[in-house]
Design a protein. Structure first.
Length: 64
């Protein structure tokens, strides 16, 4: 059974950033439903992590 090579570190960072993006969108939704303005911070975090996801995904594609 052949062993697969370890995943590229930039791909892993892209997946982590995507997970943070999804979780922050969910947190923003919950905050706004509860009437809290703290959801704005979650929206900003979602935007930042979305940009990080695209950056690391494109960087991982160009390297490999």
């Amino acid at each position: 059974m052949p062993l697969s090579p370890p995943p590229d570190p930039t791909r892993r960072l892209a997946l982590y950033a995507l997970a943070v993006c999804v979780l922050s969108v969910a947190a923003a939704f919950v905050s706004f439903v509860q009437g809290s303005w703290l959801g704005i911070v979650w929206v900003l975090l979602a935007g930042l992590s979305s940009n990080m996801t695209w950056y690391y995904a494109r960087r991982g594609r160009s390297v490999s």
